[in-house]
Design a protein around this ligand. Structure first.
Ligand SMILES: Cc1cc2nc3c(=O)[nH]c(=O)nc-3n(C[C@H](O)[C@H](O)[C@H](O)COP(=O)(O)OP(=O)(O)OC[C@H]3O[C@@H](n4cnc5c(N)ncnc54)[C@H](O)[C@@H]3O)c2cc1C
Ligand SMILES: *[C@@H]1O[C@H](CO)[C@@H](O)[C@H](O)[C@H]1NC(C)=O
Ligand SMILES: *[C@@H]1O[C@H](CO)[C@@H](O)[C@H](O)[C@H]1NC(C)=O
Ligand SMILES: *[C@@H]1O[C@H](CO)[C@@H](O)[C@H](O)[C@H]1NC(C)=O
Ligand SMILES: *[C@@H]1O[C@H](CO)[C@@H](O)[C@H](O)[C@H]1NC(C)=O
Length: 499
């Protein structure tokens, strides 16, 4: 199509021209219906570039633009915007604010409950896919990263820019925008911390339409809030992260225990659990455990040599292993490719699913009796799901070297996050919900109120979600919300509400 943008700009009567062109857009996009003033404002915000403003009457709006990740949560946003600059983001935010429409940014769109769609019809989604910068300059190793990067494009970009890396999770399609503002935990977090721990600065569009920079020296309150609760405070248009040189060699391992005997699975798990309950365990060792029907799969990485790994080899300490794979001397890139493939294989896209988690601190580790009860439930309970698993992501290490109020992310004494994921062909049933809830409640020793939860694994059945996601940081967040976004423009039901 014609480049409306440059045409209008070079015209002396740009204003009149733009109006005329907007009318054209109106006819084309609304098939006869006139745009309302909110829609006109949005069209102008992206310089009347039709491809970057999508309204619900567009063909394929739901499948191409709304793209709900979890099919349980399908909504019709007022528009999906695809800005290319911070100025455009600011203009879009101003349109929403003037028209009292709620806004959420979207980066990878991988929130478990599609939080970026705002959880009702008629919200505004600002999709950050055009913000794809990955740049490492100078000798400091500080990377400038656009929030439209997925973890996959981030890893590839950092590799080509001088073989750098940083801590983050292992799903290739998770966006850095949501990840870095909520937490960002992965295999190398035991050495480097969470993604938000290596954030040094962010550019963010706030509710009054200002584009501001936040760091420990500039707007430090906002910087504190957006490292853990960013979605409630604005739209990050650029991040800066401290990167490190890629590890020289990585070992990836998988130990599978396949058995129909619950006691066999439980005993292997207890042995594993005892090892990871060690608060001073070597940080170079990182592991996750997946429990499925008739199987416990222990996998992970060791950031060091084979000789060193032999001291920590989980395979020698866990009984009843039926299959072992240990791959040594992997490059960083090869290790990340393996991790991406593994996560893609366990989390299919475009399904109905339920996910729920709880943070297990070193002080609240389950007893052996609780583990027995959990395994009995997981292996014999009616799941109602075509595909379910329980996952334990073991952290500790560098993640716990910060205090719980160092940033809005409160989880600094966590041994592991325990989560249950259950997919199905149709909408998540009551049977599935009960199965998931029961598993979570069991590992909590039936004392749900005493446990926090990771905001990155959102679940709409979570009771008092804000208290669970932010713990003792919630009051400060609510005060800051009242200062930066008093009308709750950046809104979702489980977001921070103004004090
Ligand atoms: C398959 C899968 C695997 C996962 N694995 C891990 C893991 O290993 N470790 C881990 O820590 N987490 C993991 N997560 C959780 C994931 O980190 C969070 O769900 C994260 O918020 C997703 O980010 P996103 O950009 O893809 O999501 P989106 O849905 O785009 O965004 C999520 C939230 O962040 C907000 N947001 C997005 N971009 C911005 C921005 N630029 N500025 C401000 N707010 C923004 C959105 O408004 C929304 O509220 C996983 C999730 C999935 C689905
Ligand atoms: C917007 O809010 C920021 C942060 O509170 C403030 O510095 C700035 O002056 C405000 N801008 C306007 C136009 O009100
Ligand atoms: C915990 O791990 C450290 C480091 O690997 C080890 O030296 C120590 O013996 C372990 N403690 C226990 C109780 O296993
Ligand atoms: C063991 O695991 C490897 C790699 O995951 C797989 O290729 C192989 O088929 C498995 N072997 C058995 C006996 O399950
Ligand atoms: C739990 O069980 C494991 C494995 O059977 C055992 O090694 C451990 O000592 C038990 N823990 C307690 C606290 O009894």
């Amino acid at each position: 199509m014609v480049n409306l943008n440059s045409f209008a700009r070079t015209s002396l009567v740009a204003g009149i021209f733009t109006l005329f062109l907007i009318k054209d857009v109106a006819t084309a996009q609304s098939t006869g219906t006139k745009l309302n003033s909110f829609q006109k404002c949005l069209v102008e915000a992206v310089n009347a570039d039709q491809a970057r403003v999508q309204f619900p009457n567009e063909p394929d709006y739901a499948s191409k633009d709304v793209r709900p990740y979890n099919l349980n949560f399908q909504f019709t946003p007022a528009a999906i915007m695809y800005p290319s600059t911070s100025l455009e983001v600011a203009a879009i935010v101003s349109c929403a604010s003037k028209n009292n429409v709620k806004v959420q940014a979207r980066s990878g769109g991988h929130d478990m409950t599609n939080k970026a769609l705002g959880h009702s019809d008629g919200n505004l989604v600002v999709d950050m896919k055009n913000f794809r910068k990955v740049e490492v300059k100078g000798t400091t190793g500080i990377a400038t990263i656009g929030p439209g990067n997925t973890l996959k494009t981030l890893v590839e970009g950092l590799h080509t820019q001088g073989a750098r890396y940083m801590p983050h999770g292992s799903s290739p399609s998770v966006g850095i925008g949501g990840h870095a503002t909520v937490g960002g935990l992965g295999y190398h977090s035991r050495i480097l911390g969470a993604t938000l721990d290596v954030m040094t600065e962010a550019e963010i569009v706030i509710a009054n339409g200002s584009i501001i920079r936040a760091s420990k020296d500039k707007n430090s309150d906002l910087f504190w809030a957006l490292r853990g609760a960013g979605a409630s405070f604005g739209i990050v248009t650029e991040f800066k992260f401290q990167t490190s040189p890629e590890p020289k060699e990585v070992i990836d391992f998988t130990y599978t225990i396949s058995s129909k005997d619950i006691a066999t699975l439980t005993n292997s798990f207890k042995a594993y659990h005892k090892i990871i309950s060690n608060k001073t365990l070597e940080p170079k060792l990182s592991t996750v455990c997946v429990v499925q029907k008739n199987a416990v799969i222990i996998s992970g990485s060791f950031f060091g040599s084979e000789a060193e790994y032999s001291n920590f080899d989980l395979g020698r300490q866990i009984p009843s292993i039926t299959n072992k794979t240990v791959t040594a001397r992997l490059s960083w890139s090869a290790h990340m490719r393996n991790s991406f493939t593994f996560v893609d294989s366990v989390f299919p896209a475009n399904v109905y699913f339920d996910a729920k988690d709880t943070a297990i601190t070193y002080k609240q580790l389950p007893s052996n009796d609780t583990i027995d009860e959990l395994f009995k439930h997981l292996q014999t309970g009616e799941s109602g799901s075509d595909q379910w698993f329980a996952l334990m992501d073991f952290y500790g290490g560098a993640v716990n070297q910060k205090s719980s109020d160092a940033s809005a992310f409160p989880h600094r004494d966590v041994a592991y996050f325990f989560s249950v994921y259950a997919a199905s062909k149709g909408e998540t049933s009551q049977t599935i919900k009960s199965f998931v809830d029961r598993a979570i409640l069991t590992i909590q020793g039936n004392q749900a109120d005493k446990f926090l939860s990771y905001a990155g694994i959102s679940n709409m059945r979570t009771n008092k979600p804000q208290q669970k996601y932010w713990g003792t940081n919630l009051p400060r967040l609510e005060t800051l919300k009242a200062r930066f976004d008093p009308s709750d423009l950046f809104s979702s039901p489980q977001g921070v509400k103004p004090a």
